[in-house]
Ligand binder design. Structure first.
Ligand code: NAD
Length: 252
């Protein structure tokens, strides 16, 4: 893809699933990659894989819900590689499922803190660094859950709707400063998150597959390709867009 080689990309939630696939794809396209997660061993393994195959990557541990850790993450990226061009704000959790009356305030706040505030904090510290470079691109991970409702996971659906709102707003704040901000909205993707969600629950697993018209889950690499495309020069007139990659699961 055009305009990725030699650039610096930061990916959160990069130790696993979609973030891991994006970090590897950025490296394949010639970017230097800052791999970030709370899972240190798995994150360092991704860095090892990139460096072993001739790429350049470093690991920085950060909890995306903690303002100081996110500020430090972005500062470390700049320190390690001299600047920042792209960011994929992707870290997220599925949360504990229950109806709204049954949901604890702590469970609600935890999902909002990581899945929504984490994206805000990422952009808060990334945007000034992209502006310093004269431009760049951000992709936030929303979900088809940002476009529909769903029972017993209201915190998750609300957070993902919020990510789309943040993305559209950020895009307009920097549209004439050569920074583009987009989101990806994955359908059901075969990652450890879905494994946890469907483990010991055949009905949940069948329900998720039944909702996928192609009769299969998506692969993390199919989301990674969209993220790197949205950062590339090939997407130079695309901003504020929540890109659905879902095998036909929802019609936007
Ligand atoms: P995953 O569990 O494989 O990966 C999520 C990663 O985020 C993990 O490595 C985890 O350690 C990290 N993480 C969790 N909390 C964190 C925190 N506070 N700070 C930093 N890192 C943290 O799941 P995934 O499916 O790859 O999910 C990635 C993103 O995609 C999430 O935002 C998720 O909501 C979204 N998503 C997933 C699907 C799907 O079907 N898998 C669909 C739509 C959206």
């Amino acid at each position: 893809m055009n305009g990725i080689e030699g650039k610096v990309a930061l990916v959160t939630g990069a130790a696993s699933g979609i973030g891991r696939a994006t970090a590897l794809r950025f490296a394949d396209e010639g970017a230097k990659v800052v791999v970030s997660d709370v899972m240190v061993d798995d994150g360092e393994q991704v860095v090892h894989e990139i460096n072993e195959s001739g790429g350049e990557a470093v690991f920085v541990k950060a909890d995306v819900s903690d303002p100081d850790e996110v500020a430090n993450l972005v500062a470390s990226a700049v320190e390690q590689f001299g600047g920042l061009d792209f960011a994929h704000n992707n870290a997220g959790i599925e949360g504990v499922g229950s109806s709204i009356p049954e949901m604890s305030v702590e469970d609600f706040e935890r999902v909002i803190d990581i899945n929504l505030k984490g994206v805000f904090l990422g952009m808060k510290y990334e945007i000034p660094r992209l502006l310093e470079r004269g431009g760049g691109a951000i992709v936030n991970t929303a979900s088809v859950a940002g476009m529909t409702g769903g029972p017993n996971l209201s915190h998750y659906y609300a957070a993902k709707h919020g990510v789309i709102g943040l993305t559209r707003s950020a895009a307009l704040e920097v549209a004439n400063e050569n920074v583009r901000v987009n989101a990806v909205c994955p359908g059901v993707i075969d990652t450890p998150m879905i494994e946890r969600f469907t483990k010991d629950d055949d009905e949940a697993a069948e329900g998720l597959l039944a909702a996928e018209p192609m009769g299969r889950m998506g692969k993390p690499e199919e989301i990674a390709a969209a993220v790197v495309y949205l950062c590339s020069d090939d997407a130079s007139f695309v901003t504020g867009h929540p890109m659905v990659i879902d095998g036909g699961y929802v019609v936007p």
